[in-house]
Ligand binder design. Structure first.
Ligand SMILES: CC(=O)[C@@H](O)[C@H](O)COP(=O)(O)O
Ligand SMILES: NCC(=O)COP(=O)(O)O
Length: 258
């Protein structure tokens, strides 16, 4: 019997186009132009993280993205009152609530959904009430995922950063243990009715591996693609990524998937 494997979407994160722009001031390179190119190359959605310190994406970038995109915009943001108000005003198709610390170099760890209490639950409710699909960016911890379902999130995005670091450092045993945690978390979330996304630090190799986890429906990838675009162009980088994801997905049901 033929297995119908659900498709895997690619969300392209354009934050680090803005990082390069902001290194010199001015308007170039423009993350909105990168987003349009990414869409032409086959991105299913665009992700942008409006950090509280505006170190890369800025408010005006979010407005312009919302104005021009024909694919869903995934607004990544800290779970603060300021960001919730901005998101409600902008009305993107999706919001991903992430933990944020000013002094961090990049997003460390997952959102503490259990510790977020009623305040986080209310934020999820306010965003959902205006039709925004809410995702919580979490470490692969089953109790956090169960709480995400309890407070009405539609999606969890599993933080793949620790796994990718172990892979890059050649820490094979740690990488295998972390991947097993991701696989368990994905199954548990799907069983609770959550849609499962994954992202952070993925490259073609790791994306190809995680693509073979059937419950995972979307990967959000930025830093690698924007870096690889220097060598292969954005279209070329996205083509390579799509190929890696398709190969990983094709392994499902053949007995060769992880
Ligand atoms: C939450 C997340 O994984 C992405 O937003 C990614 O972190 C890119 O932004 P930073 O590199 O600023 O964390
Ligand atoms: N949510 C993860 C994301 O959008 C991209 O993360 P990265 O590929 O830039 O590390």
């Amino acid at each position: 019997m033929t297995r119908i494997v659900p498709p895997l979407r690619l969300g392209v994160n354009v934050d680090h186009v803005a990082t390069v722009r902001n290194a010199r001031g001015g308007l170039l390179p423009d993350p909105v132009r990168a987003a349009q190119l990414a869409c032409a190359a086959g991105a299913d959605s665009i992700t942008a993280h409006l950090r509280e310190d505006r170190r890369h994406i800025r408010d005006d970038d979010m407005r312009r993205l919302k104005d021009v995109l024909l694919v869903p915009l995934n607004f990544e943001m800290a779970a603060t009152d300021e960001m919730v108000a901005l998101a409600i005003d902008l009305a993107p198709q999706a919001c991903c609530l992430v933990p944020e610390r000013r002094e961090e170099r990049t997003t460390e760890g997952g959102l503490d959904v259990l510790g977020g209490g009623i305040d986080l639950a209310r934020k999820v409710e306010r965003l959902s009430a205006v039709g925004i699909r809410v995702s919580l960016f979490v470490a692969p911890e089953e109790d956090q995922i169960a709480r995400a379902a309890d407070i009405g999130a539609a999606v969890v995005e599993l933080h793949t950063g620790a796994w990718c670091e172990f892979v890059a450092e050649g820490e094979t045993a740690k990488a295998e243990a972390e991947f097993a945690r991701l696989a368990r978390a994905a199954r548990r979330g799907a069983a609770l009715g959550l849609e499962i996304h994954a992202g952070h630090g993925l490259d073609c190799a790791t994306a190809g591996i995680i693509a073979a986890l059937e419950p995972v429906r979307e990967l959000n990838i930025g830093h690698f693609l924007i870096g690889e675009a220097i060598f292969a162009g954005l279209e070329g980088a996205i083509r390579q990524m799509r190929h890696a994801m398709a190969q990983g997905r094709a392994a499902i049901g053949t007995g060769t998937a992880a």
